[in-house]
Design a binder for this molecule. Structure first.
Ligand code: DGL
Length: 264
């Protein structure tokens, strides 16, 4: 009998950001087979229109469908905010969108009266975090702030350059002006900046949603009977510049092989 749980779990993002989710999920679900697609040709997603983002995500979903994925993890806040509602009923696999998945967990955290969400321009303009958190808790004040350059800083490995540090500091000062109890790193690329972020704000003030996302995915896999019992492969794909992806990814997930370049 064919074991359908052997089918891969597929992750995607505009680049290396989704690896912050991937590496945590892999620790919790070590026996899964994995696919990861970094849409580096179309990065940064946060500056794209709704129409473009839906087209990118739809193409990636079709690719995963061909690969017989059992579940797709939208390890990208921007696509979760903009495309999930449009695509959620179009495919047969289970889809996990980061924002819709983690906000109920965040909204139930104790002693939080105000939160600042730092995200890409597209995520901020969608108000997806504010709307989702308010669904579960109307007593939290949610402020939203765009950090347009942060994704490029990570993808172009400029994390420790003086200009990057200044750009991080500027956004954090704006965030601190709201005096929030917590700051959500609402783009999967941002945890790569933690060494710089914690120069300006105490580390425990940041919420990295990927921690809760990976746990929720694991719990749902167990509940839904999707857990595999034997790891066989993991495979990485990018839509441009495999070398760059490998260098940028080292910080979160070291892989010996170059990702495969594919045109979708
Ligand atoms: N890492 C993605 C996110 O979580 C996309 C960043 C981008 O390409 O702008 O929003």
């Amino acid at each position: 009998m064919i074991n359908t749980n052997r089918r891969p779990v597929a992750f995607f993002d505009s680049g290396v950001g989704g690896l912050t989710v991937f590496e945590k999920a892999k620790k919790l679900l070590p026996n899964e087979n994995y696919l990861y697609f970094g849409d580096t040709k179309n990065m940064p997603y946060g500056e794209k229109s709704e129409e473009q983002l839906v087209e990118f995500a739809d193409r990636i979903f079709r690719f995963f469908e061909e690969k017989n994925a059992k579940a797709v993890v939208m390890a990208c806040n921007t696509t979760s905010a903009i495309t999930y509602d449009k695509l959620k009923n179009k495919y047969n696999f289970k889809i996990y969108p980061i924002i819709q998945n983690v906000c109920s967990t965040i909204a139930k955290m104790e002693n939080i009266k105000s939160i600042c969400v730092i995200a890409t321009p597209a995520t901020v303009n969608s108000h997806a975090y504010k709307n989702e958190i308010e669904k579960y808790n109307r007593n939290i004040n949610v402020f939203e702030l765009a950090a347009p350059n942060w994704v490029r800083i990570v993808e172009e490995h400029r994390i420790n350059q003086p200009q990057s540090i200044m750009q991080v500091q500027e956004v954090l000062e704006a965030a601190q002006s709201f005096s929030p109890d917590k700051i959500i790193l609402a783009c999967t690329h941002y945890p790569y900046l933690m060494d710089v972020l914690k120069k300006f704000v105490q580390e425990d003030k940041f919420i990295d949603p990927s921690v809760y996302f990976a746990e929720n995915i694991k719990n749902d896999f167990v509940k839904s009977g999707l857990v595999n019992d034997k790891f066989e492969y993991e495979k990485f794909y990018v839509s441009s510049n495999p070398e760059n992806f490998k260098t940028a990814s080292e910080f979160f997930y070291k892989s010996d092989t170059l990702p495969e370049l594919i045109e979708l």
